[in-house]
Design a binder for this molecule. Structure first.
Ligand SMILES: [Zn+2]
Length: 169
């Protein structure tokens, strides 16, 4: 099913029946990520499980798998980064003190008991985005260019270098 509607969900209601929602989202609809990504080609898979913990807190377990295209910070060519992120969110009210939230939980604030799935997923993805994307050294064109220059310098014998300098003068 393809839908362009931003789906709104009510975690507290879903937790009562311990629902699990899974789906796919195109990166292009996650406008909060525009600007961070090199382009918004591709999509992501997510799943959200709703439950109450033993203290009665409504918790959402989120899992996201995405492939995003970022600019390599060394050569500025595209680098594809695989993101797999799992997190445990706890529904909090605006009046709740966040510092009393049990360790391991991320606070999740609702708007009139509801939340938009796209926004939740975009925020989770933002949190797990690498601060600086880099190709592996053997795949980065900037590193291989540098290595080639270094290799050329080593190959050039001193005699050849002297001759070169004479030619220049
Ligand atoms: Zn690179």
């Amino acid at each position: 099913m393809v839908s362009n509607q931003r789906q709104s969900i009510q975690p507290l209601r879903l937790a009562k029946t311990r629902e699990r929602i899974a789906g796919e989202i195109q990166l292009s609809v996650l406008t909060r990520l525009t600007g961070l990504l090199l382009d918004s080609r591709g999509g992501l898979k997510y799943s959200l499980s709703f439950d109450f913990d033993e203290s009665g807190l409504c918790v959402v377990e989120s899992s996201i798998e995405a492939k995003v295209r970022l600019a390599c910070q060394r050569c500025f060519e595209p680098v594809i980064v695989d993101i797999h992120t799992n997190s445990l969110l706890a529904v909090v009210k605006e009046t709740d003190r966040l510092d009393t939230l049990a360790e391991g939980y991320e606070p999740l604030q609702l708007d009139n008991d509801a939340i938009i799935i796209d926004d939740l997923i975009a925020d989770e993805l933002l949190l797990s985005m690498p601060l600086s994307a880099l190709h592996p050294e053997d795949k980065c064109s900037s590193v291989s260019n540098l290595n080639r220059i270094n290799a050329d310098i080593k190959r050039l014998p001193f005699a050849g270098l002297a001759a070169l300098m004479k030619e220049k003068n």
